[in-house]
Design a protein around this ligand. Structure first.
Ligand SMILES: Cc1ncc(COP(=O)(O)O)c(C=O)c1O
Length: 454
């Protein structure tokens, strides 16, 4: 196969350092002349190399070698860092060049409006576009209820402090849960109840008793690709949770931060089971796109909108308008949809590889979570092994993982779980990383290291 020959030729040049990270590859036409083949054969070779994250495309410019693909020093080449810690999107596929184009377009179209004070709720034209986009996620709403926020974290932080129409004050969260939400709760000193989450979800009877016995204003839930466990509720579980919220007059904040990555298009958000305002839906553009943009949205009930926007106005007047204008164009042009299709493919492949590696290498007594897409999963340690201890030992082996202590409320805190994010780990290193984790766990179990007992 000529395309395989072309791939081999380029891979060898990358390894030898003849093709340096960031450098441009020969054009399709010139390579087809060199190899005496059709343009399609070269395109096939380039697209296979792209799938292996060795090269990337810049539209209208060409193909480039991925940065930092091969470690620079000899030691790192033998023992590359396996980074299960970084939780941002895969840097090699961040669409920043496309976004640059959209920023330029936004300035051309909206001119100085991209640089003046703007609507505290967000650009109306963007909200209209988002209302259309949200339909693909089974969220049917109107632009008037969508509030653009400076990252979905801003909305979560505001909801922790805002009064709710049910007149209640406390919060209920899954345990563990998203670290920044725990930070908001701690900073604002809000009384909070936790409900444990496992790879099967939460105990609905426990949730009901918490709703019944306490004055809970909202239940915060990450309904798919939960952070840190990767768990996604079934539609039946989501419907049941919404019913409980209706019965006990509790609001739900549904954080759908990675919803776009779901390859199972039959999954409904909780919002679909009660679009009246009982379920407040939040969406982020960080994990699926560019976290530095700090763009997110919340679908806020009419009864809370004024108060929500007043509080947001007091904190930052409005979310930067240039990136909003660019997002509108990014969505309208179809670039977002194309990008998401690519991301789904990449992350579901990585998630499957990770689950395969867990099954192949982890000792039988170690349990793990995760799904067939998204970024996150957890490994629960057996016996009296401490996560912090394992994290430190793994760092010496160049394997980075997160211990999840900061993701628990103080009364739940546990040091027996590590979180792995697969987003920035090269596919070729997933099995290597899990093998090293498995071997460190075994060593610690055999008490070869300084295991600290509780
Ligand atoms: C559960 C969850 N929600 C939301 C976010 C993203 O928030 P933002 O849109 O503010 O970047 C994260 C990021 O880590 C997260 O883990």
């Amino acid at each position: 196969m000529i395309y395989a020959k072309i791939m081999h030729h380029i891979e060898r040049q990358i390894e030898a350092g003849t093709l340096k990270p960031g450098s441009k590859l020969p054009s399709i036409r010139s390579l087809s002349e060199t190899f005496g083949c059709s343009n399609n054969t070269v395109i096939k070779a380039y697209s296979e190399l792209e799938k292996k994250h060795l090269i990337y495309t810049v539209p209208k410019s060409g193909f480039y070698i991925v940065e930092n693909m091969y470690p620079r020093n000899a030691d790192a080449a033998i023992n590359p860092v396996v980074d299960f810690l970084s939780a941002g999107p895969d840097k090699s596929i961040m669409p920043f060049r496309d976004y640059q184009h959209c920023i330029n377009q936004a300035i051309e179209i909206y001119k100085e409006d991209m640089f003046t004070y703007s609507d505290k709720q967000g650009l109306y034209s963007l909200r209209s576009e988002l209302a259309r986009h949200l339909q693909d996620l089974q969220v049917f709403t109107v632009p008037e209820r969508i509030c653009i926020v400076s990252g979905s974290q801003q909305a979560l932080h505001l909801f922790v402090s805002l009064p709710f129409p049910n007149g209640k004050h406390d919060i209920c969260v899954e345990q563990p849960t998203h670290r920044s939400l725990i930070e908001s709760i701690k900073l604002q000193g809000t009384k909070t109840f936790g409900v444990g989450i496992t790879h099967e979800g939460i105990d609905l009877n426990h949730l009901e008793s918490l709703f019944k016995r306490n004055t809970i204003k909202f239940f915060y839930t990450v309904s798919r690709f939960h952070n840190p466990t990767g768990f996604s509720y079934s539609n039946a579980q989501k419907r049941k949770i919404v019913e409980l919220a209706q019965k006990y007059d509790v609001y739900i904040i549904e954080d759908d931060y990675m919803g776009d990555l779901d390859t199972n298009l039959k999954q409904d958000p909780m919002f679909a089971y009660d679009p009246s305002g009982r379920v407040i839906y939040t969406k982020s553009f960080s994990k699926v796109m560019l976290p530095g943009l700090r763009l997110g949205l919340a679908v806020v009930p009419d009864s809370m909108k004024d108060q929500f926007l007043r509080t947001k106005f007091a904190s930052d007047l409005h979310t930067p308008v240039l990136t909003q204008g660019a997002l509108e164009i990014y969505l309208k042009s179809g670039m977002y949809a194309a990008h998401i299709l690519r991301m789904r493919e990449i992350y579901s492949r990585k998630a499957e590889l990770l689950q395969e590696a867990y099954r192949a290498h982890l000792p039988a007594e170690v349990t793990y979570s995760g799904s067939m897409s998204g970024f996150y999963s957890t490994i629960s340690l057996p016996g009296r092994l401490k996560a912090k201890n394992l994290v430190d030992h793994l760092r010496k082996q160049q394997v980075l993982v997160d211990d999840v202590r900061g993701m628990f409320l103080p009364e739940f805190e546990r040091d027996t779980m590590i979180r792995l994010s697969v987003s920035q780990v090269d596919e070729a290193l997933i099995h290597t990383g899990i093998r090293l984790i498995a071997s460190e766990i075994t060593k610690l179990q055999l008490n070869k290291w300084d295991v600290k007992f509780v």
